[in-house]
Design a protein around this ligand. Structure first.
Ligand SMILES: Cc1cc2nc3c(=O)[nH]c(=O)nc-3n(C[C@H](O)[C@H](O)[C@H](O)COP(=O)(O)O)c2cc1C
Length: 234
């Protein structure tokens, strides 16, 4: 499919927001996102879709500079070591860690899926048995999520959807962001347990994100494969 021109106003705004967004390496440390706008970013995450509507994520917003520093030694993708700056950790207005729920809560054998279906999704009692059967079949047969690691990775995939939506919401408000996978997951998990009270049996770090306002122009030009190279129509 070729680019369709002319674009409607909404199409133009969408492309503008996606073009504006880039993986920001250094933020203006003095520029703070207004509370209401960050609340909207969080709301975009909360309202995100998830498989079976399980919302298998937790979102930590880390504003304490001391707490952020605990992440620095093993977060090579956010510590600015590559460009000699304080990195996203030291300059972002808001710094987020997404946690993925493990099998302890998300397995079809645990209590959580049914409790969530009943209490959050408000499924009627008569629908619960069918829901449980579908969820169990999905995990055991369709996607074969048969280890704690598989289930945690599945949860992380859902968290990435929330992450994407939060970055897009930010871009619509001219707020910059950076997704961050550049960290040692085992060390992050250990620090989160010791200093943030996160039980690694229940939640593991999936991905991080920084939000704020760029300190300067993007460090890298935005490059992408062509649409023809990316999309096949049948
Ligand atoms: C899941 C994920 C993890 C990423 N991790 C990092 C990171 O740790 N540090 C960083 O500076 N950029 C990180 N990036 C940014 C990518 O390098 C960037 O999105 C890509 O090069 C395209 O550039 P653009 O986003 O500026 O268009 C990550 C992106 C994604 C989607």
């Amino acid at each position: 499919m070729k680019d369709v021109a002319p674009r409607s106003a909404v199409q133009g705004q969408i492309i503008e927001a996606f073009s504006f967004r880039h993986a920001t390496k250094v933020f203006d440390p003095e520029a703070k996102i207004p509370e209401g706008e960050f609340a909207t970013i969080l709301e975009a995450g909360r309202l995100s879709p998830s498989s079976f509507g399980m919302e298998p994520w937790q979102i930590l917003v880390i504003q304490s500079p001391e707490k952020r520093e605990l992440l620095r030694p093993f977060s090579w993708g956010a510590n600015g070591a590559f460009n000699g700056t304080a990195g996203q950790l030291g300059t972002a207005s808001h710094f987020v860690v997404f946690l993925a729920h493990t099998g302890a809560t998300m397995s079809h054998e645990s209590e959580y899926p049914m409790t969530h279906a009943r209490e959050v999704k408000q499924f009627p009692e008569e629908a619960l048995e069918g829901f449980n059967a579908a969820y169990t079949k999905f995990q055991k047969e369709d996607f074969r999520l048969d280890s704690d690691r598989e289930i945690t990775n599945w949860s992380a995939r859902q968290a990435y959807i929330a992450l994407g939506n939060m970055m897009t919401a930010a871009a619509f408000m001219a707020i910059d962001s950076c997704p961050i996978e550049g960290f040692d997951a085992a060390q992050a998990s250990a620090v989160l347990e010791t200093h943030f009270g996160i039980d690694p049996k229940l939640c593991k770090p999936a991905v991080m994100a920084a939000f704020g306002y760029r300190a300067g122009p993007p460090m890298f030009a935005k490059t992408r494969r062509s649409l023809d190279d990316t999309v096949s129509w049948f």
